[in-house]
Design a protein around this ligand. Structure first.
Ligand SMILES: NC(=O)c1ccc[n+]([C@@H]2O[C@H](COP(=O)([O-])OP(=O)(O)OC[C@H]3O[C@@H](n4cnc5c(N)ncnc54)[C@H](O)[C@@H]3O)[C@@H](O)[C@H]2O)c1
Length: 249
């Protein structure tokens, strides 16, 4: 479905981003794996290449505009164009708001929200001319409802939600679509770390989803690929929940 498409996935060294890069590559896309973690990012690309798939690693700290610009330029210089941008990189800091430092707040906002503005800005500059492009942002159910105890994270995801809708409205005339996915708890290293690797907490969290299990990175990747594909050609500005029913209650 994505034969020869050029796809940039941020935060693709781990979790949801990694699985998304793998699924795009399996569908014959040329995938740019962007991450701050060079060791894990290179390993993802090496695995894809050893399976005969087309991929490139670009080291990027996505809180820096210079790195975001370099990421997009490298993708376009290497593969000739940019068709799909998946803004996925993100972090969670669960310090209660009244104890959170300005530094922690800034790190969350810069990583989860500013990075999506910066990557979108430079991607758009390469999509407007050809009048073709898709942006998929990885938001969260916490962009829709307040997840307890992570106020600052929730605020960044609320920002991602409105950034997505604004991209959709402002760039539809250039045939550029923008949508987001809203996962609930997904079984990734991020969830593991926030649980302190405690599997009983994971099991408790799984019960919050009516479906009764944690989501998998594949569950989210499948939704991202749908939103990036022509099968969703009339969908823009949408938030697709991938939450086992969490927000349906
Ligand atoms: N895991 C969940 O339960 C869950 C639920 C809802 C939404 N999300 C969102 O999904 C996205 C991916 O999360 P995940 O669970 O796969 O996490 P993860 O920790 O497994 O992966 C995140 C990746 O982002 C990279 N990254 C972090 N800061 C970066 C920076 N400044 N520059 C470049 N790369 C950076 C990390 O190195 C890592 O490879 C995030 O936006 C997260 O908020 C996750």
């Amino acid at each position: 479905m994505f034969k020869d498409s050029v796809v940039v996935v941020t935060g693709a060294a781990s979790g949801i981003g990694k699985q998304t890069a793998i699924e795009f590559a399996r569908q014959s896309a040329r995938v740019v794996v962007a991450d701050i973690d060079e060791r894990l990012g290179t390993a993802v690309v090496d695995d894809l290449k050893s399976d005969g798939l087309d991929a490139l690693f670009v080291k990027a700290d996505l809180t820096s505009e210079a790195d975001c610009e370099n990421l997009v330029t490298t993708a376009v210089d290497t593969f000739g164009r940019l068709d799909v941008l998946v803004n996925n990189a993100g972090i969670e800091i669960s310090t209660p708001l009244h104890e959170m430092s300005e530094l922690e707040w800034d790190k969350l906002v810069d990583t989860n929200l500013k990075s999506m503005f910066l990557c979108s800005k430079h991607a758009l500059r390469n999509m407007i001319g050809p009048a073709k492009g898709v942006i998929v942002n990885v938001c969260s159910v916490s962009g829709l409802v307040a997840w307890p105890g992570i106020a600052a994270y929730n605020a960044t995801k609320g920002g991602v939600m409105m950034l997505t809708k604004s991209l959709a409205v402002d760039y539809a005339r250039y045939n550029i679509r923008a949508n987001c996915v809203c996962p609930s708890i997904i079984d990734t290293p991020m969830t593991d770390t926030s649980n302190g690797h405690d599997t009983s907490i994971k099991e408790e969290k799984a019960k919050l989803n009516p479906i009764g299990r944690l989501g998998t990175p594949e569950d989210v990747a499948n939704a991202i690929l749908f939103l990036a594909s022509d099968k969703s050609s009339f969908i823009t500005g949408a938030a697709l929940t991938v939450d086992g029913g969490y927000t349906a209650i």
